[in-house]
Write a new protein. Structure first.
Length: 407
């Protein structure tokens, strides 16, 4: 009796399994007849039932069905017809999910430890087609104001080459062949995350933006801002040092880092950073600028600082920050000398001549800054007023007074 019942149960299981596998045949038949929506419905029981014995085939078929729906929308877009972007996005996500699941079953060892792959080549082929589609999905989502959806799609675009259907060599090849595109999409994804204050999302992909010279400055800005928001000071310092070396047209990174070192009284760390910059990036004007700022502000080595600023200016003759700090170095050094100010002193004329020499050195620097950025009077007006006054250039000093009093 037990044997009969056992056989009956086996028969029932086999029947149920055949029933679910038959759904795959039915879906395949409908797909071949181009009844894609019906095929999409027909395949579902095979995907959800534990009785389906050929999961790799079932999920591969489901992926091919979604791909057909996807391809239909792509053809509409190519023909400049209105396409269903929601259908495009949903089918894309489904197709990737199904092909991934199919491959998982397809490459799994059987009871004897052997792999008998039937669908891997098709899964791989279809997934290669899917690689670029998520960039379009992100664009569609962004155009309709769904920033989180756009970020999700761009993130999927970036991550899909790591899908297990690809080998490590294939993954590396995809990234290498499309490096510029991944950098660009990584930049877009980071912007979307930054706008929604998803700082972990920013940090996840920001290095793609930093890898591209066109978005490097924005990339570092978002990375540093995100690290500050997360109160990750240690990595903020490391990223700031990298930004100073990598971005040669934005002194903000350098100034912020130097301010941090000053605030924390980390003089040795500031010197180490500056020395390393000029050693590793001697053709970067920001390296010499940083070195000059450390010499001037931290160690009060004004002559050394001016040599550093000169090297920065040699790389960029219109480097306003270097011109400004070189000019400031003359003023600061003059103040540090504590020169005689009593006209009755026998040394007064001697020290007055010395003071004049400092002002005369600083004068053309601030005048050039005025020429370069006439609207930035905060950088030159007060300094020129002081210089003209001390050099007894009364008319020019009065001109500066007038400018300073303007609202």
């Amino acid at each position: 009796m037990k044997k009969i019942v056992f056989s009956f149960l086996v028969m029932m299981t086999a029947t149920l399994a055949f029933g679910q596998n038959s759904a795959i045949y039915k879906a395949e038949e409908l797909l071949n007849d181009n009844e894609v929506e019906k095929a999409q419905v027909a395949i579902l029981p095979a995907l959800t039932s534990e009785k389906t014995t050929h999961k790799a085939w079932a999920f591969n078929m489901a992926g091919n069905i979604e791909s057909r729906l996807l391809q239909r929308e792509i053809e509409k877009a190519a023909a400049k017809q209105k396409c269903d972007t929601t259908l495009f996005i949903n089918s894309l996500y489904n197709a990737v999910k199904y092909f991934t699941e199919s491959d998982k079953y397809d490459v799994a060892p059987n009871d004897k430890g052997k792999v008998k792959s039937e669908f891997h080549e098709n899964n791989l082929k279809m997934m290669k087609q899917m690689v670029g589609y998520f960039a379009y999905a992100g664009q569609f989502e962004n155009e309709r104001g769904n920033k989180k959806g756009a970020y999700k799609a761009f993130e999927q675009f970036i991550q899909i080459p790591k899908n297990p259907v690809f080998t490590k060599a294939q993954t590396d090849s995809i990234y290498k062949a499309n490096a510029q595109v991944y950098n660009k999409v990584g930049y877009y994804a980071s912007i979307l995350a930054f706008e929604t204050k998803d700082y972990d999302g920013v940090l996840k992909n920001i290095d793609f933006a930093i890898a591209d010279s066109a978005s490097r400055n924005d990339g570092y800005f978002m990375k540093l801002s995100s690290l500050l928001a997360k109160k990750d000071t240690a990595n903020w310092v490391l990223a700031s040092r990298a930004a100073v070396a990598a971005v040669d047209n934005n002194p903000v990174y350098c100034n912020n880092l130097l301010f941090y070192y000053t605030l924390k009284h980390l003089d040795n760390e500031a010197k180490q950073m500056a020395d390393q910059l000029v050693e590793t990036a001697p053709k970067n004007k920001m390296s010499w600028y940083a070195h000059g700022c450390v010499n001037m502000n931290t160690f009060k080595k004004y002559a050394d600082a001016r040599q550093d600023f000169d090297k920065a200016i040699a790389l960029d003759g219109n480097f306003i920050e270097a011109l400004y700090n070189k000019g400031v170095s003359y003023v600061n050094e003059l103040i540090s000398l504590h020169l005689v100010t009593d006209p009755k002193s026998k040394d007064y004329q001697k020290t007055l001549a010395q003071a004049h020499s400092f002002y005369k050195e600083a004068q053309p620097l601030f005048e050039k800054i005025r020429e370069l950025v006439p609207d930035r009077k905060d950088l030159w007006a007060e300094n020129l007023r002081s210089i003209y006054y001390n050099l007894d250039m009364k008319d020019k000093a009065k001109e500066m007074e007038t400018i300073l009093n303007q609202k």
